[in-house]
Design a protein. Structure first.
Length: 243
């Protein structure tokens, strides 16, 4: 079976100053808590030694106790199918064969920015394979919508358009828009905008330059990209700190 998940970014961070400051509308998360005191939505503690799977939610919020900073491994990822999780999934890492050794190795490797860029996707592939039974997902109601989302995620991002997607999946553009809106609550155009902002936030956080990001997501200038980003997120891209 084809893997429906695509990693965006990953790493290991101690005392994450900018953790959960930025909204993601399409991005799912996996967090493994190594140590520290941390709470989800300010009330549910996330336990050291446990792994957590969070579905895409712009209201996602985690906070740490400043006197006991968190050390954690994270993987942010997209899916062309929808994670069917109401809140989050909590997993004792020692209870799933292979998970703990994999995370111990990832914890050493992913502290380096270059290593996490090159080796992170391999760790992610192994991790989601081991977590397959814990990542419930279902197909969107319409095969048209699922095909369209798969097409969007396949990119290239800079060339995405509703007309081009309809052509690539061989459906009428109006039919695509109707199916997509019914299944996701978004028009395809809106979904593409959210997708571009999530990608841009991910790229900024890992140190990409503004010109590189503007080119990658299809803007002719840095100023055009900055205006787009500020309109969507209500902050400037330059205000985001590196992870």
């Amino acid at each position: 079976m084809e893997n429906p998940f695509t990693m965006q970014m990953c790493g290991r961070i101690y005392n994450p100053e900018v953790w959960a400051r930025y909204q993601f509308y399409l991005t799912n998360r996996i967090h493994y808590i190594i140590s520290g005191t941390v709470y989800y939505q300010k009330k549910r503690r996330l336990n050291p030694g446990y792994l957590y799977i969070f579905p895409a939610d712009p209201g996602f919020n985690v906070t740490q106790d400043p006197s006991d900073p968190v050390d954690h491994i994270y993987f942010d990822f997209l899916s062309y199918e929808k994670l069917f999780i109401k809140d989050f999934v909590e997993i004792d890492a020692s209870s799933v064969p292979g998970i703990k050794p994999l995370l111990d190795s990832a914890g050493i490797t992913l502290t380096d920015r270059e290593e996490r860029f090159h080796l992170g996707p391999m760790y992610f592939e192994l991790l989601v394979s081991l977590l397959h039974d814990y990542m419930p997902f279902h197909q969107y109601h319409s095969p048209v919508t699922q095909a369209a989302i798969r097409c969007i995620h396949a990119g290239p991002v800079s060339e995405l358009s509703v007309k081009g997607i309809a052509r690539n999946i061989n459906v009428n553009e109006d039919h695509l828009i109707r199916c997509f809106r019914q299944d996701t609550g978004f028009t395809p155009h809106r979904y593409i905008s959210l997708y571009k902002v999530d990608i841009a936030t991910s790229m900024i956080s890992r140190g990409a330059g503004m010109k590189e990001i503007a080119d990658a997501i299809g803007f002719s200038s840095i100023s055009a990209f900055s205006t787009f980003y500020k309109n969507e997120r209500h902050i400037t891209p330059s205000s985001i700190k590196l992870l």
